[in-house]
Write a protein that binds this ligand. Structure first.
Ligand code: ADP
Ligand code: MG
Length: 475
């Protein structure tokens, strides 16, 4: 025990010296850490100023992680499970009538000015969204990557021409085969994601393709091409080719939906068709600014109809400026129809906490219509996947080149919930027609600030080709 006393005193002395040493050691460590932090900060600043000089976006860490992801995905490093695989061409039984694509637009000047990071990576047919996040410590940054696959994805450098050749030209060819075929193109996405840009670009390419295709058509001399263009705003329909006149939508005894008094303007050639459509677009934008009713809150529906006279010859086309209502439809039979729908900004559907009641009502209407559209397309997917088997898969994006003749399919479509919104109601024939093809273009903004909306858009698009969990029985 005595020795133990002595032993205890010695370490006591040593402890004293040890404490001083310990303090010094800690001080040095602290100094080292401080130097390291200072160095890191300087490196980051250098990198940042380098990036700025190179015109690269802001947050260096996130930017580095996104760049790393792109390098990894190029070198084929394994990626996490993918949403929307049904659309990714996995070879499983698929809906033939629906094609879902994604188009990413380039960062715009504003986003570049804000030094926003480009958080969307497109590697056809995949699309990855990188959410920039912090761990619970509030300091450590990490990327949450979301993976999707579609029928086709287009990068921000893909011109509309390529999109058209890949997606909308096959639809023009489809429509030119007649037999009451219906081709419908939707542009979905948040405001500013490029819906109108894509639609307008496609429309003008489609116009010339249509007339080129008509050249070799056996009905060339009899086919009458006409166009109607209207807007659905807050559940009300306005004619963009007739002073934005308000129109009524009626469903007749045969369940066929009519937009009463809708102006249908004949187009003799591609330029005519293009000019009429552009006129509609200009009405949409000018009216929007003058009435504080911006286009992000309305759906624009442009319908190009190819018709054959049934019994009587075609009346002479009316003057361009004189907007004469169409001749009674029973004098014609629909050869085919191409419908292009520029949807309301998808973020508007969530605008439900707005202080203005009118805005809330509008938002609810948009929400209802986009949900109804999704359900109708999903129901359509069920219908078409149980339809005729593919016989010439490959060349066209749509697996089956066939499609029965007649117009609105008799017994089919009975469980398609088209009545749930004005939008789906006016598009009823696109859903119930037995020979229909639908193209959905999901437009996304690349900026970091849009990541939430981008994710919502891609989730919506991915759901379109999934069949409903519990299909409702007919009737
Ligand atoms: P939305 O109709 O979805 O609200 P817009 O089509 O009006 O969006 O596009 C917003 C802006 O972005 C426009 O100025 C448009 O010219 C531009 N833009 C959109 N997509 C592209 C693209 N793929 N390439 C270049 N600019 C684009
Ligand atoms: Mg638009």
């Amino acid at each position: 025990p005595a020795s133990s006393d002595a032993d205890e005193k010695k370490p006591g002395k040593a402890k004293k010296g040890g404490v001083v040493e310990e303090i010094e050691r800690l001080r040095q460590q602290r100094e080292q850490r401080r130097r390291k932090m200072e160095e890191d900060r300087k490196t980051k600043e250098d990198e940042k100023s380098h990036n700025e000089a190179m015109g690269l976006p802001g947050d260096v860490d996130f930017q580095r992680m996104v760049t790393q992801f792109r390098t990894d995905s190029k070198s084929g490093k394994a990626l996490s499970p993918i949403m929307g695989q049904g659309a990714g061409g996995k070879g499983s039984s698929q809906a033939v009538g629906i094609w879902v694509c994604v188009r990413k637009r380039p960062l715009n000047d504003k986003e570049v000015g804000r030094r926003e990071i480009d958080t969307v990576t497109v590697v056809n047919p995949k699309c990855h969204v990188h959410e920039c996040k912090f761990k619970v410590d509030g300091i450590t940054k990490f990327l949450e990557n979301h993976h999707f696959a579609f029928d086709r994805t287009f990068t921000d450098s893909t011109p509309t021409q390529s999109l058209h050749e890949c997606c909308s030209r096959p639809l023009v060819d489809f429509a030119l085969r007649g037999g009451g075929r219906r081709a419908t193109i939707f542009a979905y996405g948040q405001t500013g994601s490029g819906k109108t840009y894509t639609m307008r670009g496609m429309q003008s390419l489609l116009c010339s393709d249509l007339y080129d295709g008509l050249e070799g058509n056996p009905h060339k001399d009899d086919l009458d091409v006409s166009v109607s263009f209207f807007e659905i705003y807050g559940g009300r329909v306005y004619d963009l080719l007739n002073n934005r006149q308000r129109l009524q939508v009626l469903e007749d005894a045969k369940q066929e939906v009519q937009v009463q008094g809708l102006c249908e303007r004949p187009a003799k050639n591609a330029k005519d068709l293009h000019d009429i459509i552009e006129y509609g677009h200009s009405v949409r934008t000018t009216k929007a600014t003058s009435t504080n009713a911006d286009s992000s809150r309305s759906h624009a529906v442009c319908c190009i109809a190819l018709k054959l006279p049934r019994t009587t010859p075609l009346p002479s086309p009316p003057e361009r400026k004189q907007l004469v209502p169409q001749p009674p439809p029973d004098k014609f039979t629909v050869y085919s129809k191409l419908t292009l729908v520029d949807l309301a900004g998808s973020e508007r559907a969530q605008d439900t906490r707005h202080h203005n009641r009118a805005r809330r009502v509008e938002a609810a209407e948009i929400n209802r219509s986009l949900l109804a559209l999704k359900e109708c397309i999903r129901a359509l997917a069920v219908e078409s996947s149980s339809g005729p088997p593919a016989s010439q898969a490959g060349a066209s994006p749509w697996a089956s080149p066939s499609g029965a003749g007649g117009g609105a399919g008799g017994g089919s479509g009975s469980h398609i919930p088209f009545r749930a919104s004005k939008l789906t109601m006016v598009l009823r024939e696109c859903f119930v027609c037995s020979a229909s093809r639908t193209l959905m273009i999901a437009c996304v903004s690349p900026g970091m600030a849009s990541a939430d909306h981008t994710l919502n858009t891609l989730r919506y698009a991915a759901r379109l080709k999934e069949t409903p969990d519990s299909p409702q029985p007919a009737g």
